[in-house]
Unconditional design. Structure first.
Length: 130
C-alpha cells in the first residue's frame, strides 16, 4: 500500500504515552488543529479512520482533497451507504462535478483529508433534502 499522506504517522494511543516518544525522537512531531486551541494535536477518531481506509481500499480510483480544496459547489446530496461491510449505514455527501456520470462519495478525515471514491450506485440511497 502507498500512503496518501506520506509525512503522517497515525498512532492509536494516549497523548500521555506518546509525549515521551515524540520528545526523544527528533524526526517526530505533532500536527496541530488548524484554528484550534494552542497546542491541540490533530486527532482522528478510530471509526473515521476505519471508514476512510475501507472506502479507499475498495475504490479503483481515488482523488484526494485537502480541507481548503473542498468548495460548497462540490458538495452534492447526502446519501446513505447500504451494503455489507464497514461502510454500511455511513451517511456522506456526493461529489458534485458537472459533466460526470460516475457517482463518487466524499469520505473525510475531519480537518485533514477528504477522498472521493466511486461506489456502485445500487449501494447509495439518496436522503431527503432538508
Amino acid at each position: 500500500d502507498v500512503a496518501c499522506v506520506p509525512d503522517l504517522l497515525f498512532v492509536r494511543t494516549s497523548r500521555r504515552e506518546l509525549d515521551p516518544v515524540v520528545l526523544h525522537t527528533p524526526t517526530l512531531q505533532y500536527r496541530f488543529v488548524r484554528g484550534g486551541k494552542a497546542g491541540e494535536p490533530l486527532t482522528v477518531r478510530s471509526a473515521d479512520m476505519e471508514r476512510f481506509i475501507a472506502a479507499v481500499r475498495q475504490a479503483e480510483r481515488v482523488e484526494y482533497f485537502s480541507p481548503d480544496e473542498i468548495t460548497p459547489d462540490m458538495l452534492g446530496r447526502n446519501v446513505c451507504i447500504v451494503c455489507d461491510g464497514p461502510l454500511n449505514g455511513h451517511v456522506c455527501r456526493l461529489l458534485s462535478v458537472s459533466g460526470t456520470r460516475r457517482r463518487r462519495i466524499l469520505v473525510t478525515l475531519p480537518g485533514l483529508l477528504t477522498a472521493a471514491v466511486t461506489l456502485t450506485p445500487s449501494y447509495l440511497r439518496l436522503l431527503p433534502l432538508p
